[in-house]
Design a protein around this ligand. Structure first.
Ligand code: PMP
Length: 431
């Protein structure tokens, strides 16, 4: 295949200059196995970012690979105008991951998180007859149509007006926001802002509200305690539907529950998912209740690749692996070890301002001052580069680029956790 230099050159010449490329000296990844990635020179990396939180059960997992190959050898595409056994079977398995009492059981297959959120907005508007929509500042929900409008991170905003009917409320961030985690009323106070926004800038009725239960791209930001429950009540009182964006938090990643929203005592009306669902297959879905789905049945829902047999076979295999290999329990156990280790490092290095997240959805925010919270962005970039030099790939994000994001394939082991923490220690020591 093309060399590293040729690949750099073609990327520069033929691909969009807007592409983000990690590292001062970019790496070319050519192989993946479980939680490890290998570059063109054969160097091994512990992958603590999973292709942006997507490779849920491990790179090239044999069960998932076999499911894809077997399906590819039989039938690759027809669309949903014909029956296909795998699509319905996978839909049923997916529906069964939701609590029975939620009644979340009707599945729409699409191909990406953006498409899923696009559809969720249309669904909520069609069902309620309302137009206004609310998302959280610092949230990421996609890069196309409605989903780009829901996204409220300035680096991801296109310089054209697009937020029609979509408003962004105060981000309930108990670390950076005005109401801190030490305030037991913080969740209520952030929810008041949401209520205020609806009452003053909407006609009093909304179509819906969307939130990640832990903000991913925004820097692994946990929402203030109690906020989601209050927000759901306010939205419902104003006629809207509540949507959980589980693109990053789903499929057992938070360790304690299969879905992120379950950690906060809420039941959404619509759930969107992507990334971890297919271990890398272009697969995503929207799941809702039969009642909401009925509204949309007045129109045809169609998506050429949605419900593709190969993607569905892979998604089905992912669910089997999560169950058979106790992946969620592993996310909990290894995640706890990593979080404890990061909290120990916080005691050792003043530059660590905050350690947060659950299971294998973790983040570290670096600051220069614990009072002003001045973002330590160059320090973060340094740690990020050093870790790579020592064989560990992590993610970087947050509004100020001062958050390290730790979201590995969920098959990482306790030994990997030890190695990772050692590399973090040495990277921080080199500051
Ligand atoms: N929602 C969340 C929470 C995401 O993190 C992302 C992708 N980073 C999306 C939606 C959009 O997904 P996609 O890139 O597959 O369109």
């Amino acid at each position: 295949g093309p060399s590293f230099e040729e690949t750099m050159q073609t990327r520069k010449e033929y691909l969009t200059p807007a592409l983000l490329t990690y590292y001062k000296n970019p790496i070319m990844i050519v192989d993946g196995k479980q939680q490890y990635l290998f570059d063109h020179e054969g160097n091994r990396y512990l992958d603590m970012f999973a292709g942006i939180v997507t490779v849920s059960v491990g790179h090239c997992h044999p069960t998932v690979t076999k499911a894809a190959i077997d399906q590819m050898n039989r039938l690759q595409h027809t669309t949903t105008i014909y029956l296909h056994p795998v699509i319905g079977e996978f839909g049923k398995k997916l529906a069964e991951t939701f609590p029975k009492e939620s009644n979340l059981k009707v599945v729409y297959f699409v191909n990406s998180g953006s498409e899923a959120n696009d559809l969720a907005v249309m669904m909520a508007r069609a069902y309620t007859g309302n137009f206004d929509f609310i998302s959280l500042r610092n949230g990421y929900h996609g890069a196309s149509g409605n989903s780009a409008s829901l996204t409220a991170l300035h680096t991801w905003k296109y310089p054209v007006p697009s937020d029609f009917g979509i408003k962004h409320t105060l981000n309930p961030d108990p670390y950076r926001g005005p109401f801190k985690s030490s305030d037991p009323e913080a969740g209520k106070k952030y929810a008041w802002h949401l209520k205020n926004l609806i009452e003053h800038s909407s006609p009093g009725a909304v179509a819906g509200f969307i939130a990640e239960s832990i903000q991913g791209i925004g820097g692994t930001v946990e929402l203030a305690d109690g906020f989601l429950k209050e927000a759901y009540d306010i939205i419902r009182a104003h006629g809207g539907l509540c949507i959980a964006d589980e693109v990053q938090t789903g499929f057992g990643r938070t360790g304690t529950n299969f879905w992120g929203f379950q950690n906060y005592g809420v039941t959404p009306d619509i759930v969107t998912m992507a990334k971890g669902i297919g271990n890398g297959a272009p697969l995503a879905a929207v799941v809702t209740t039969p009642e909401i789905a009925k509204t949309l049945s007045k129109r045809i829902h169609f998506n050429t690749y949605g419900g593709n047999p190969v993607s569905c076979a892979m998604g089905s295999a992912v669910l089997d692996v999560i169950r058979d290999e106790k992946i969620q329990q592993n996310a909990h156990d290894v995640g706890s070890i990593i979080k404890d280790g990061l909290n120990d490092l916080k005691k050792k290095y003043k530059v660590i301002g905050d350690v947060r997240g659950h299971g294998l959805m973790l983040g570290v925010e670096l600051v220069r001052d614990h009072e002003t919270l001045e973002p330590a962005n160059t320090e973060t970039a340094h740690v990020f580069e050093k870790a790579k030099e020592m064989g560990v790939l992590v993610g970087k994000g947050g509004l100020y680029g001062n958050c390290l994001r730790i979201k590995p394939p969920m098959c990482v082991t306790k030994e990997d956790a030890k190695f990772f923490l050692d590399v973090m220690d040495r990277s921080l020591a080199s500051l």
